[in-house]
Ligand binder design. Structure first.
Ligand code: AR6
Length: 166
């Protein structure tokens, strides 16, 4: 079991799968979702169209097409509405569902963006605590996985480094 933290553009990573912070249509959007679709190319959207969407807290896997990553795991984070609408459990479920799909597909290295902390407005510190705990809990049962938290902004990088002692 291994967890790393890095700062940068998730679309550049050479890993078995990058996780996309998608919306429930799975048909693209802004933020990291837009960046992933731009680099992967139209074949990714074509495959996403066959999936019929994805509920919040769940995940779906596709090919990576023109990305260096072999696969994209699309998960749908909760929109933050104050915290009493089950957001924490849904966000934890995004991380767990994504890692479950990775294991089911024989993947080893998986990179996550900071799901829900952009357009969906999740407070970064709470989101990081949930992400770290969900991944650590999962890795206790799947020790061949290498998980990378790919942070984009300085605040997330600082939070993940301090929570993981890295
Ligand atoms: N690489 C890594 N992280 C990134 C990148 C990148 N290239 N670009 C942005 N981030 P967001 P959400 C970070 O808004 O909050 C989309 O329109 C960003 O700084 O992408 O889950 C979807 O279609 C932030 O920390 O996703 C949905 O409609 C994190 O990625 C909606 O946004 C997530 O920000 C999902 O909102």
């Amino acid at each position: 079991m291994k967890i790393d933290v890095l700062q940068g553009d998730i679309t550049k990573l050479d890993v078995d799968a990058i996780v996309n912070a998608a919306n429930s249509s799975l048909l693209g959007g802004g933020g990291v979702d837009g960046a992933i679709h731009r680099v992967a190319g139209p074949e990714l959207l074509a495959e996403c169209r066959t999936l019929g969407g994805c509920p919040t807290g769940e995940a779906r896997i596709t090919g990576g097409y023109r990305l260096k990553a072999r696969h994209v795991i699309h998960t749908v984070g909760p929109i933050f509405r104050g915290g009493s609408q089950g957001e924490a459990a849904l966000l934890a479920s995004c991380y767990k569902s994504s890692l479950k799909l990775a294991v089911e597909n024989g993947l080893h290295s998986v990179a996550f963006p900071n799901i829900s902390t952009g357009v969906y407005g999740y407070p970064k510190e709470e989101a990081a605590q949930i992400a770290v705990k969900a991944v650590q809990d999962f890795l206790a049962t799947a020790d061949s996985l290498h998980v990378i938290f790919c942070c984009f902004d300085d605040e997330n990088l600082r939070l993940y480094r301090s929570m993981l002692g890295l």
